[in-house]
Design a protein around this ligand. Structure first.
Ligand SMILES: [Ca+2]
Ligand SMILES: [Ca+2]
Length: 401
């Protein structure tokens, strides 16, 4: 019992599903019942349940562009609401800055519903950033109305300048039901590699509960705690630049064993488990939870050099003996530093269909952010209780330009 649970830990993969520009965020349930929302669940998590986020529409921030950010600088504008809702965009519902509703009787943001109908408030601020590698988020919130409503503060970073694309979740903070003001904070958040904008979003949602509920927010800060050194230096660019078409991966055909690959779900080498009756990997995802669990099947880190465009492929086949639905996913993740260290961003992903025939997963990936290494990740998800096994073979990562 414990072992599969530990494996789930490795699971919580960082990056996004094929059809969304967001990084995945997981609801992690810990053994003591504590619930965390993060991009990766701790090793002892009992479950890791992928969350979804609403698509983001363009929200405009031109008046606030061009600020110089240094360590200790404040990214958020008017986070104390003393200028009412200046710099904040109300995307949905209504939001008012009200005198004496904030901390120590200052002006605070008030989000209110009367409970007569389903109602949602969404207020955002998008700000340009440059070269930021670490931030702290902090906010104060006071709930009135018990558990009638749900509230959250999201921090998302983007590779575009206007919070519209290349988004990666950095934090989701949820207040407790405690009365009075409470502080929410998270330190050392790492934006997506090449982040050009960051968004803070406050959400208030009340189902048609017939119960009025309010949430008050104040003193929201997003503080820069580290900046990047200048862009990656030239010598590293030539670190690993084999001829075009060369496979960067070691043991790509899995013909003798699974050496060179990191594994998380239980995996075994099967002599005739690969394409054309060659050796391959059999990876078994199993679950006792009625939720989708996703975990790494095989992955490998490679350092890259001067090439800019790459193609990744993997062969995948569902095992007919599987008792539950699931899928395999090939992803490429860029990393700022060699050996898959530093900030990261998703280069692309490709998800399998549910068939017991061999299928090819394939991604083209353009290294626009001067990454120095990449993780080639094969992950496997199971959609509920049972077993979902699959074969993997012939994995490649090659430069095309
Ligand atoms: Ca205030
Ligand atoms: Ca093989």
């Amino acid at each position: 019992m414990t072992q599969p649970l530990l494996l789930i830990a490795l699971l919580a993969s960082l990056m996004s599903a094929a059809n969304t520009s967001y990084a995945d965020i997981y609801k992690c349930v810990l053994p003591d019942g504590q619930i965390l929302f993060q991009q990766q669940c701790p090793l002892n998590a009992l479950s890791a349940d992928k969350q979804t986020i609403r698509a983001i529409s363009p929200i405009g921030f031109d008046p606030y562009s061009g600020q110089g950010l240094s360590v200790g600088a404040q990214v958020i504008i008017n986070g104390d609401f003393e200028q009412n809702t200046t710099a904040w965009t109300i995307v949905k519902g209504s939001a008012n800055a009200q005198p004496k509703e904030g901390i120590t009787d200052t002006i605070g943001l008030a989000l209110k519903t009367d409970g007569s109908k389903e109602e949602e408030h969404l207020i955002r601020q998008c700000l340009p950033v440059d070269n930021i590698t670490q931030v702290n988020i902090r906010a104060f919130v006071k709930k009135e109305g018990g558990a009638a409503d749900t509230n959250a503060l999201h921090v998302v970073s983007f590779t575009s300048k206007d919070c519209t694309s290349g988004g990666q979740y950095n934090a989701k903070l949820i207040p407790t039901e405690a009365a009075g003001w409470q502080e929410l904070s998270r330190e050392n958040l790492k934006p997506v590699l090449g982040a050009q904008s960051m968004m803070v979003e406050i959400k208030h949602f009340n189902k048609a509960s017939t119960r009025a509920a309010s949430a008050f927010w104040d003193d929201i800060t997003l503080t820069v705690t580290a900046l990047g050194s200048a862009t990656n230096t030239a010598p590293a660019k030539t670190l690993n630049t084999p001829p075009l078409g060369t496979n960067y991966l070691s043991n790509p055909s899995l013909d003798q064993n699974l050496a060179g690959w990191s594994l998380a779900w239980p995996s075994q080498w099967v002599e005739y488990g690969g394409q054309g009756l060659s050796g391959g990997a059999l990876v078994k995802a199993s679950s006792d939870f009625g939720q989708t669990l996703q975990g790494e099947a095989l992955n490998q880190c490679v350092n890259i050099g001067a090439h800019t465009e790459f193609e990744a492929r993997a062969a995948f086949k569902k095992d007919a003996l599987s008792s539950q639905l699931g899928y395999g996913k090939l992803r490429v993740i860029w990393h700022e530093d060699i050996n898959c260290q530093g900030l990261q961003r998703l280069a692309g992903s490709s998800q399998s269909s549910d068939t017991t025939q061999w299928q090819q997963l394939q991604i083209s990936a353009n290294n626009t952010s001067h990454a120095r290494s990449a993780t080639i990740s094969l992950s496997q998800a199971i959609l509920g209780v049972g077993v979902y096994s699959a074969f993997w073979d012939d994995i490649s990562f090659k430069a095309t330009q």
